[in-house]
Structures are given as structure tokens and as C-alpha cells.
Design a protein around this ligand. Sequence first.
Ligand SMILES: *[C@@H]1O[C@H](CO)[C@@H](O)[C@H](O)[C@H]1NC(C)=O
Ligand SMILES: *[C@@H]1O[C@H](CO)[C@@H](O)[C@H](O)[C@H]1NC(C)=O
Ligand SMILES: *[C@@H]1O[C@H](CO)[C@@H](O)[C@H](O)[C@H]1NC(C)=O
Ligand SMILES: *[C@@H]1O[C@H](CO)[C@@H](O)[C@H](O)[C@H]1NC(C)=O
Ligand SMILES: *[C@@H]1O[C@H](CO)[C@@H](O)[C@H](O)[C@H]1NC(C)=O
Length: 332
Amino acid sequence: MSTMWHLLRVILIFSVFLSVWMERVSAISIQLMPPYPAVGQSVTLSVTGITGNIREVKWYKGSNTDASNHILTYIPSANSPQSNGLQYFSRASALPNASLLISDLEFTDGGNYTVSVQTQTAQQTSVNLTVYEPVTDVVLKSNTSEIKENDTVTLTCETKNANRYEWVRVSGSLPSDTIQSKDKSTNTITFPSIKRSAAGDYYCEAKNPASNKKSNIYTLTVNSASSSPEMNDGPLSRGAIVGIVVAIFAVALIVAVIVLFLMLKQRKKHSASTNRKQHVSATVASGNGQTNESAAEHDIQYTSVTFAQRPPRKVQMQPSDENVVYSDLRLS
Ligand SMILES: *[C@@H]1O[C@H](CO)[C@@H](O)[C@H](O)[C@H]1NC(C)=O
Ligand SMILES: *[C@@H]1O[C@H](CO)[C@@H](O)[C@H](O)[C@H]1NC(C)=O
Ligand SMILES: *[C@@H]1O[C@H](CO)[C@@H](O)[C@H](O)[C@H]1NC(C)=O
Ligand SMILES: *[C@@H]1O[C@H](CO)[C@@H](O)[C@H](O)[C@H]1NC(C)=O
Ligand SMILES: *[C@@H]1O[C@H](CO)[C@@H](O)[C@H](O)[C@H]1NC(C)=O
């Protein structure tokens, strides 16, 4: 008894599936051949699922059967089966199996097409035709011409009409830390910190559903910082060198000032000879172009300023007192 019920259930389920399948088969639909046609190619809008004899076929450009959308009518039994509608164009023609052939495709041929097929019953269906432009002008570029180790480098696959990009390293796989979009929809890859092992030949392949094209081969060269020609002048930058030179001059200047200060202090202490004092006064007079009449203390202070602005070599070349100066310097 239970076996009987089981059998009935199986039969019921099977018949439901069968009727669904029958409905599928009997409904017409349009298949694009090829599925991703490109500009300049031909495409067949192939009508499948027709049962019974075809009496009349009408094609429309658009998603409804308005007369303003009418491309052509095909009646197999007529003496001249094809007649043209308002949207007729000479690259379109009807085929005996109700399909529509469009040759020498233009980009503007893309859009919805609707067919109505009359057999014992009438059915209609629509399709969206996309016409692809061929992929052209594929150029692989780097955003950096001089690539040094640990630089962030981005390679770009410049092209027209592509929507997917494959990246190929001729000698093997891409470096493991390469950043690229998972769905291949981005036309760049990035090496976040490039290693010398990443050097080699690369190319990209730009694709759309209808066509694909390879780029030029790009040879990636990674210079290490030390072997780079720009770095021949050593680890110090020009700025650092200038800074050091300035610092040396500043120190020399300070030393010169101290030396002079000590020299003059010495002179004051041992009441220097009139001869030398006159010499100092003369230097001051010529130095600032002002007449300087006596006032020993004043003279001495002016002198220190004047000498301080002179290069250190001149200070060292001062007559006599040299030994005294050097011993004082050592003490300070
Ligand atoms: C209709 O005819 C065209 C041209 O012969 C053919 O390519 C296409 O496959 C046919 N379609 C069907 C559904 O038979
Ligand atoms: C057809 O489909 C494409 C995507 O496949 C879409 O971009 C386009 O807008 C569609 N055209 C129409 C007329 O629906
Ligand atoms: C094309 O057909 C699709 C789906 O039927 C519809 O959503 C769209 O609006 C149609 N486009 C035009 C331009 O008729
Ligand atoms: C190249 O691109 C990366 C990021 O994509 C950036 O960090 C780097 O500075 C760029 N290099 C140059 C020279 O523009
Ligand atoms: C690059 O980075 C690595 C590790 O972070 C380091 O050992 C190496 O010295 C760097 N190279 C240069 C040229 O800076």
C-alpha cells in the first residue's frame, strides 16, 4: 500500500517537471550568435523554441511591437517573403528560420530587439544586443622611470574599450605582494615595496567580451640605491654638505672672536706698546671709514668687532703674540 502511494507521488512530481519543461521548450527566445559581437562583425539574432510552421515573423528595434519600431516582416509562403518597416536598414535581413541577421555591425546597432512569431499561436520575445568595440592601443606604462629598491611602483595598462585586464610576467608569476583587483576590472597593478627580484619582462592583456589584445613588453629594472648613478656623490646630500661647511665657518669665526678677545685682554693687562695701539687704531679708521680720535677703551672694543668679521687666517697671521694666543685657547 505505502509502495503504491510512493509510486503515485513520484509520478506526480515527474509530470509537474515535465509540464514545466514543456513550457520552457515551447516558449521562444533569442540567442545572439556570437554572444559578444564586435563592431564590423555580423550577428545572428537566432530565434529558438519555435514549434509548428512559421506563418509570419516581425522584427522590431525596441522592446515593444509599435509600428514605429518595425524593422521588417518575413512571410515564408509569400512570393517575396521580406517586406521592410520604418526602422529598416540594409544591413538587416530575415532568415527562413525566423532569425535576423545583421551584418557589418555598428556600435549604434546595440539595444533591444523584439520579435513576434506567428505559428498556430503568436509569441513574442526581446533581447538586448550589445555591440563591443574592439580592444585597441594597448600600452603598458610605469609611473616611475628610475625604479629604486623599495619604491612603490604602479604599472598601468592603457587601452581603449577594455573592461578586464590580465597581467603577465614573462619569466613566471607576479611578486606575491602585488596589488591587483580580484575581478581584473582595474587597469593597474602596484608593487608596494619593489624588490630587485621583481625585475623582468611584463605585459598586460586588455580584454572585453568580444576581443583581447596584448600590450608591449615592459622591462622592469630595479636599481639598488648604492648602484644608482645619481647617488655617486656619496651618502651625504648636497644640503648636508652645505650645512657642514657653514658650521665649520661658524666655528672658525667663533674661535677667531675668542682669540681676539683673549688677545685684547692680554694687551690690556700688560699695557701694550704705543706702537701696536696706533696700528690697531689705523685699522679701525680704515675699516669703517670714520675718524677715530684717541679714547683707548673705545678703540679696543671697535677693534674686536672689526677683526671678528675677517677670515680666521688673517687673525692667525697677526704679528707676535701667537704663542700666547694658542696657549690661552687651549685653556678655554
Ligand atoms: C537559423 O539560421 C541561421 C543561418 O543558417 C543559423 O545560423 C541559426 O543557427 C538558425 N537558428 C536556429 C534556431 O535554428
Ligand atoms: C543592454 O545591456 C547592457 C549591459 O549588458 C547595458 O549597458 C545596456 O544599457 C542595455 N541596453 C538596453 C537597451 O537595455
Ligand atoms: C530594454 O529592455 C530592458 C529589459 O526588458 C528594459 O529594462 C529597458 O528599459 C529596455 N531599454 C530600452 C531602451 O527600451
Ligand atoms: C607611483 O604610484 C604610487 C602609488 O600608486 C605612488 O606611491 C608613487 O609615488 C608613484 N610614483 C611616482 C613617481 O609618481
Ligand atoms: C629595502 O628594504 C629592506 C627591508 O625593509 C632593507 O633591508 C633594504 O636595505 C632596503 N633597501 C634600500 C635600498 O633602501
